[in-house]
Design a protein around this ligand. Structure first.
Ligand code: UDP
Length: 472
């Protein structure tokens, strides 16, 4: 297993590995771990995650960390990660070629360069897609149009407000299309190549479940949308959740936070968290603070500092007071807490948490659905706008603070305090219908992974596929 060192990929991939091992004790999995030298905080979290993962059959192998990357001249986290993957390729090749009875390589959606290694060794690659099936469908459809009909995305979006896409039930507004597809250079340099590579995999494992994305999953069997060469089998095995209890506060602070939650009434706390990669400009932080305060609701807010260098990774604040409006912490001390990295699934599972202001990263989306906590959407980057659209418009299980906020957009306007306040009030409204609908999906998500459920079945098929290829 060779997965990029991002929390939203690696934690779930390790959970997938554990599930596979639990289902078949003939398997063993070697997780190749690489460190991202430009993200010391993320690296520390990943080290804690690995230290806390002790499962029979799951072995870790640490890849070398390049000593000096200054001559790479890259500070942007995405570009750095891709360069690092290329750097690791010969190491992966060496380890894989020495591994006895190697039956396949499991990669994530950005490590497709490793498919070359698997092909050289004559073993299959399985791709773990850590976002949703609808987004996967969008990528495959755009790639098909470009490669088979010579229709680029810029042509498709010219002069229209919406696109009909096979993996979505409703027309998709242009404003929620992910920047990784619409940004011409990014698409043609990276994403188009990844998507072509997805077709080289022998299976695509998607972290979703069929009741959540039935439209997208059934669309994969319609060749007319996805081109002449058939797609690899799709295995919707989710939700696979980040169950790690990693936090960056001291254990005392973390248990104090959980104890504080224990003392709050049921469904009374709004939780605000924007994943592992997002952070806000100081002006926006002020607006969020005012919005929270004006809503009058109890809150738990994970607030992280923007990266030191453009395109880097956010970190926890050393002094929160400096980031917040004067007096905010004192005035709200009896109803809320502002914290650094928390064990999110544990927080969302807590009965005091009644709503989630989220950036709609796919993992956070699945975690909130699983816990039955409705989201107020505030996408920030990547494919999050698309996820927000799915949650609000297609599934009706979220309310909207924004659907198309996009930090990469030039002149992105601030989300004003009133909009934050309105979103919090809506999501915390006990009579809001989205609350009932998200509970229904929570139930479905739990059934999916139980024996007899669709994801349980798909995982069984995946294991069978791996085993049948290695015994052939
Ligand atoms: N997460 C967490 N604590 C935090 C922030 C994030 O445990 O304070 C976890 C969260 O539970 C999720 C992952 O980090 O599993 C973030 O993945 P997601 O796809 O939601 O967003 P990304 O970080 O990739 O933007």
């Amino acid at each position: 297993m060779m997965v990029s060192p991002l929390m939203g990929h690696l934690a779930q991939a390790l959970e997938l590995a554990k599930l596979m091992l639990a289902r078949n004790n003939q398997l063993s999995i070697i997780a190749l771990i690489m460190e991202l030298p430009i993200d010391p905080h993320g690296t520390a979290r990943i080290q804690s995650l690995i230290a806390a993962t002790n499962v029979e059959g799951l072995h870790f192998h640490h890849l070398p960390t390049p000593e000096d990357t200054s001559d790479w001249n890259i500070t942007h986290r995405g570009l750095f990660t891709f360069k690092l993957l290329e750097y690791q390729k010969p190491h992966v090749r060496e380890i894989a070629s020495k591994t006895k009875k190697l039956s396949g390589l499991l990669i994530d959606l950005v490590s497709t360069t490793m498919i070359d290694v698997a092909d050289e060794l004559g073993v299959p690659t399985y791709l773990f897609f850590t976002s949703g099936a609808a987004f996967l469908g969008l990528m495959l459809h755009f790639q098909t149009l470009e490669d088979e009909q010579n229709r680029g995305i810029s042509d498709l979006v010219k002069g229209v407000s919406h696109l009909i896409l096979p993996s979505f039930a409703k027309p998709v507004p242009i404003g929620v299309l992910p920047a990784i597809a619409t940004h011409k250079e990014y698409w043609s340099t990276f994403v188009l190549k990844w998507t072509r590579d997805y077709r080289r995999a022998k299976g695509i494992i998607v972290n979703t479940f069929s009741d959540l994305e039935s439209n997208a999953i059934s669309s994969f069997s319609l060749d007319s949308y996805y081109g002449k060469s058939s797609l690899p089998p799709i295995f919707p095995v989710g939700p696979i959740l980040n169950r790690s209890q990693i936090h960056t506060q001291s254990s005392e602070d973390c248990s104090a936070m959980m104890k504080w939650l224990d003392c709050q009434p049921k469904n009374s706390v709004v939780f605000l968290c924007f994943g592992s990669l997002a952070s806000f400009h100081p002006d926006q932080v002020q607006e969020i603070a005012y919005g929270i305060e004006r809503s009058g609701h109890r809150f738990l807010w994970v607030l992280r500092q923007p990266p030191a260098k453009d395109g880097g990774f956010p970190r926890d604040y050393e002094n929160l007071e400096l980031a917040l409006p004067e007096g905010f912490l004192n005035q709200t001390a009896s109803i809320g807490k502002v914290v650094g990295w928390v064990p999110q699934l544990a927080v969302l599972s807590h009965s005091a948490v009644g709503g989630f202001v989220s950036h709609c990263g796919w993992n956070s989306t699945l975690e909130s659905i699983f816990c039955g906590v409705p989201i107020a959407t505030w996408p920030v980057q990547a494919e999050q706008q698309l996820n927000a659209f799915q949650l609000v418009r297609e599934l009706g299980i979220a309310v909207e603070i924004s659907l198309d906020y996009n930090q990469q957009k030039e002149n992105q306007a601030l989300v004003p305090a009133e909009q934050v306040e309105k979103g919090i009030r809506e999501i915390m409204d006990v009579e809001n219908e989205v609350r009932i609908r998200v509970k229904e999906f929570s139930e479905k998500s739990r059934l999916a992974t139980k024996e007899g459920g669709s994801s349980y079945f798909a995982l069984g098929n995946l294991i069978q596929d791996i085993c049948s290829r290695s015994s052939a």
